[in-house]
Ligand binder design. Structure first.
Ligand SMILES: Nc1ccn([C@@H]2O[C@H](COP(=O)(O)O)[C@@H](O)[C@H]2O)c(=O)n1
Ligand SMILES: C[C@@]1(CO)OP(=O)(O)OP(=O)(O)OC[C@H]1O
Length: 161
């Protein structure tokens, strides 16, 4: 395989009242949260799928099926650690990631540095520029704009160890 590999991930979760909102490994105070089998951290799920895609290793639903009680309410940071291990076993480490969250609400900008630091901590990455997180509204258009759901897109570059 090539010494550098690109990957892309995309995930969506529905929003509902009475659920928690975990994003980038951080609990965000909001009147709605994500509906999911796991903790519903759409940002981490997109990142996991990008890393798996980069090494042609399917997706998180393949490795951690939502039909298994093993993953019921699981902390997505654990899934990220496992994905990092799968990728490492294939001989690759994360070079950098660029992630965009599409959410009309809540405002995420003040949480972004905390999320990026949390992901670097989970993945033991020293480089402060390795993980970029951005947020966008969709100008009240579509399911994100109607606050029915949140989506996340991630691209990664993996490098051979
Ligand atoms: N949930 C969100 C969405 C956006 N932001 C930040 O607001 C700025 C404007 O975003 P637009 O998509 O409306 O152009 C931009 O700097 C976003 O980072 C946010 O903090 N939380
Ligand atoms: C993460 C898993 C596993 O708990 O479930 P969900 O939390 O529903 O999330 P999804 O993005 O549908 O991805 C795959 C899953 O198998």
């Amino acid at each position: 395989m090539n010494p550098i590999r690109i990957g892309y991930g995309y995930d969506v979760h529905r929003l509902a009242q009475g659920e928690t909102l975990w994003l980038g490994g951080v609990l965000i105070q909001h009147d709605k949260g994500t509906v999911a089998h796991s903790d519903g951290d759409v940002l981490i799920h997109a990142l996991c799928d990008a890393m798996l895609g980069a090494v042609n290793m399917r997706d998180i639903g393949y490795h951690f099926p939502d039909t298994s009680n093993d993953y019921k309410a699981i902390d997505s940071k654990i899934l990220l650690e496992r994905v990092q291990k799968l990728v490492a076993e294939k001989g690759y480490v994360l070079g950098n990631a660029d992630i965009t969250v599409a959410a009309q609400k809540p405002k995420l900008k003040d949480h972004i540095p905390t999320m990026a630091a949390k992901l670097r901590e989970v993945m033991s990455i020293a480089d402060e520029d390795a993980i970029s997180i951005k947020a966008t509204t969709t100008e009240q258009l579509g399911f994100e704009g109607r606050e029915e759901g949140i989506s996340a897109h991630a691209v990664v570059l993996l490098m051979k160890k």
